[in-house]
Design a protein around this ligand. Structure first.
Ligand code: GLC
Length: 542
């Protein structure tokens, strides 16, 4: 990479959901000391940064996405000293820590909100979004993302406040310059502690205008982000990634403008929303339109090439496990998990691995009482009340529920998968005896080692970072294949996305190329692709 390139362009980020990663004190909940204990594992994998889901002080109504003090660590996870120790320990492995900034809303237990709800002339009142009203007569019919009205009544002051998520997550009023200033001061405080970057929770919702029923992409969104970036991130050499469900490529070019005026990149979700019925929500399932998946990735790869930057991900703490979703978590679990990894990591952008993805961890099918996620319980209640068939509701939860990603990390085959010596806050997936880190780290054919190799390839072959993108076999119903090229290197990535053996139409194209990585042995036969087979071909020159 040229010396003027940003460090995060060949980096790979690993997301940790601290509650479920490693418990160090036996209370059944993961914590910062637990992450420190597992640093060697992360060093082995070879990642460059850890994105930590929120660890700040929080009543945990939404597992930490409801922050009551941005400048303190929640006792469940540890202390500010533990966070400093984590930053230091990670530094020994050249791993940077990315914090999760939840700036659209706070907890209703935050000091600002406690003050704000006292009276209309309290100095903090205008930190939140209020409308006058009468009890029972809502300002409008806007709904919250986790169910129910987006308005909550406070009888003492006869006003409603606005919340896009839970009532325990009141929305901050970004129109108020004092709010923005407090936020910038807080971010600089964390930067001074050596934090290496930030992930910005639902950042495209900060510029809401409830009177116009605008939640995402409000008119002032980019103005706010540019000020935020200038006042904070641009003062350091950080990686920043915004969560933007409403992003299209045009907007992503603003967010990831190479001039650094906003963020390094955003998470966009166009590929993620594909297996749901159009115009409905995520629980209304539909089969994956494979050709559409190819088109979407291609569009993002081409549109942002040289004028923006992609983030690459299949998984996070809100999404079901990819091997259970678009792979095969039964007989071809290993092959399909590797195929999905190869497909994604061959593209241009910064890849994100979600904890356990590198082991091929799978979804769970729990009974309703074994789930912990407030979103799951809310949709269950809403849909049963609305008369949906119970089996159908449970099926949607099994396929799409967020707790699929939140079951404890599977470290070994001992009790509770080595996650805790106490009682885990959520049940461990009972396949942990077969699927765990211990059995994979030293096995060269494991999913873990496939990810490890992908991380190394990105560092060794510049074409992974700067090559252009051409989709091959556009209308093929089984194969996802593409070519990447820079001035002196070419790679071709060929993936059989399904479980049948099929003809390999790219034998001619690849015949003089060498194999950098594959998910099967014996790749000499170029006439067929086996179930979920994936190969990376390489040659010098264009
Ligand atoms: C984001 C987070 C999710 C959280 C929500 C509200 O979508 O990823 O976990 O519940 O924002 O903060």
């Amino acid at each position: 990479m040229g010396s003027n390139e940003k460090w995060w362009k060949n980096a790979v980020v690993y997301q940790i959901y601290p509650r479920s990663f490693q418990d160090s004190d036996g209370d059944g909940i993961g914590d910062l000391r637990g992450i420190i204990q597992r640093m060697e594992y992360l060093g082995k994998l070879g990642i460059d940064a850890i994105w930590l889901s929120p660890v700040c002080k929080s009543p945990q109504a939404d597992n930490g996405y409801d922050i009551s003090d941005y400048q303190d660590i929640d006792p469940t996870f540890g202390t500010v000293e533990d966070m400093e120790a984590l930053i230091k320990e990670a530094g020994k492995y050249n791993i940077r820590i990315i914090m999760d900034l939840v700036l659209n809303h706070t907890s209703n237990q935050h000091r600002w909100f406690q003050e704000a709800r006292k009276s209309k002339d309290n100095p903090y009142h205008d930190f939140y979004v209020w409308r006058d009203g009468e009890e029972g007569v809502l300002p409008n019919d806007m709904r919250a993302i986790f169910g129910g009205s987006a308005w909550e009544w406070v009888p003492e002051i006869k006003q409603y406040y606005f919340h896009q998520f839970l009532p325990e997550q009141p929305d901050l009023n970004w129109e108020n310059p004092q709010v923005r200033k407090e936020i910038y001061d807080m971010i600089r405080w964390w930067m001074d502690k050596g934090v290496g970057g930030f992930r910005l929770d639902v950042i495209d919702q900060i510029a809401k205008e409830p009177d116009n029923k605008i939640t995402i992409n409000g008119p002032k969104l980019h103005e706010f982000i540019q000020e935020l970036s200038k006042e904070t991130f641009q003062k350091g050499d950080l990686i920043t990634v915004g969560e933007a469900w409403g992003a299209d490529p045009e907007r992503a070019k603003l967010y990831s403008n190479p001039d650094g005026s906003e963020f390094s990149m955003v998470f966009q979700f166009e590929h993620i929303g594909l297996d749901q019925q159009e115009g409905k929500d995520k629980w209304d399932l539909a089969p994956l339109p494979f050709l559409k998946l190819k088109q979407i990735f291609t569009r993002w790869q081409k549109e942002l090439h040289n004028c923006g930057w992609n983030s690459l991900f299949w998984n996070n703490h809100d999404l079901p496990r990819i091997v259970s979703r678009w792979g095969n978590d039964k007989e071809y679990r290993v092959e399909s998990a590797k195929m999905l990894a190869i497909l994604l990591h061959g593209m241009q952008g910064t890849p994100y691995i979600y904890q356990g993805e590198e082991l091929g961890m799978t979804n769970v099918q729990y009974e309703i009482e074994d789930y912990r996620d407030v979103e799951i319980h809310n949709v269950y209640k809403e849909r049963i009340e609305a008369g949906y068939d119970r089996d159908e509701v449970m099926h949607s939860i099994h396929v799409k529920g967020r707790d699929n990603a939140r079951t404890p990390m599977q470290w070994d085959d001992t009790e509770n998968a080595g996650f805790t010596i106490g009682t885990p806050w959520i049940k461990v997936n009972d396949n942990y005896k077969d699927i765990n880190a211990k059995s994979q780290v030293d096995n060269p054919n494991s999913i873990f080692n496939c990810y490890k190799t992908l991380i190394q390839l990105r560092k060794e072959y510049p074409v992974f970072v700067d090559g252009d993108f051409t989709l091959l076999l556009e209308n093929d119903e089984n194969i996802f294949a593409y070519r990447r090229q820079n001035t002196d290197q070419t790679i071709v990535i060929v993936c059989n996305f399904y479980g049948n053996t099929i003809d390999m139409p790219l034998a001619e194209e690849c015949k003089n190329m060498e194999i950098l990585l594959a998910n099967y042995d014996n790749t000499e036969d170029m006439s067929v692709l086996r179930p979920y087979e994936a190969r990376i071909y390489f040659s010098h020159g264009r």
